[in-house]
Design a protein around this ligand. Structure first.
Ligand code: G1P
Length: 277
């Protein structure tokens, strides 16, 4: 039971980042000099997931172009120092197989994942939300989760402690501790109020899902905001079997918000770029 595939839902509009996202995908916003989506794909490849699926939408073609050769550009920079800047991207393109499908209507994250079924089929897979940028020393967050999956073979969500005044922005879990940083989920609620929240552990944009999630999603009615919520489908999976919450090691930046994006930029500048590209 190996994981090969990673699904990237990228159809969302990124309205929190207007006007930057008016005609360019939010996933192409650069943290220093690298688009968010490239950090995310790199994290998947580092975890051994090289079959990359995008659930895309209108106005997102820049993502496809980013993960393809640009012959004119290659011609321009051949033999110059600039080649070093693009080498990591070339390596990703060579390492991966990319496939794309379109989400025709925005009906929530659960709907986006269900749209991706055609790219995934009947095997376990990861889901990464690129606007949650995760930076870890040692194993990346997905690699940490893949290792956990090898042990438990069930769906896993990454969680972190979220302050009270932000909890309404997250899927929130309740669970019984299994071992260090790992909980067996007993309840989960999408975007609860402070009072409804069953804990302060919010789900961040890293999931490993077993393929029965697709049947669960098909049977799940619209939830919070009238959207099909992956949180609701996972809750059923947790009740009927087992779903784990994992407190990952590393830092996560909410790059869908201005504050998180600026923090990520400063962090990555110091960590990766300060001493020269
Ligand atoms: C989605 C999920 C939510 C999760 C969050 C993580 O919400 O629905 O459960 O906590 O991603 O970023 P969104 O931020 O897309 O509204």
């Amino acid at each position: 039971l190996m994981i090969h595939k990673c699904l990237f839902p990228v159809a969302g509009y990124g309205t929190r980042f207007l006007p930057a996202t008016k005609s360019s995908p939010k996933e192409m916003l650069p943290v220093v000099n690298k688009p968010l989506i490239e950090y995310a794909v790199q994290e998947a490849v580092d975890a051994g997931l090289t079959r990359i699926g995008f659930v895309t939408g209108r106005g997102k073609r820049a993502i496809e172009d980013h993960f393809d050769k640009n012959y004119e550009l290659e011609d321009q920079i051949r033999g110059t120092g600039k080649e070093d800047l693009i080498q990591p991207t070339r390596d990703l393109i060579d390492a991966c197989e990319f496939s794309y499908t379109r989400q025709k209507e925005m009906k929530g994250l659960g709907h986006a994942i269900l749209t991706g079924e055609t790219l995934i089929g009947d095997e376990p897979f990861a889901v990464v939300l690129a606007d949650d940028l995760c930076i870890a020393d040692g194993d990346g967050v997905l690699m940490q989760m893949v290792k956990l999956f090898r042990q438990f073979r069930c769906s896993i969500v990454a969680v972190e402690e979220v302050p009270d005044d932000h909890i309404h922005q997250y899927g929130v879990v309740a669970g019984e501790p299994l071992k260090d940083g790992v909980y067996r989920i007993t309840d989960m609620i999408e975007k609860p109020s402070k009072d409804e929240a069953p804990s302060n552990l919010g789900i961040i944009g890293r999931y490993i899902l077993t393929p029965d999630i697709f049947d669960q999603l098909r049977e799940t009615p619209p939830g919070k905001n009238g959207e099909l919520q992956i949180t609701d489908a996972l809750k059923k999976q947790a009740q009927e079997g087992c779903v784990l919450a994992y407190r990952f090691k590393g830092r996560r930046f909410d790059c869908g918000s201005i504050d998180g994006f600026v923090d990520a930029t400063n962090h990555c500048y110091d960590k990766f770029y300060k001493n020269g590209f």
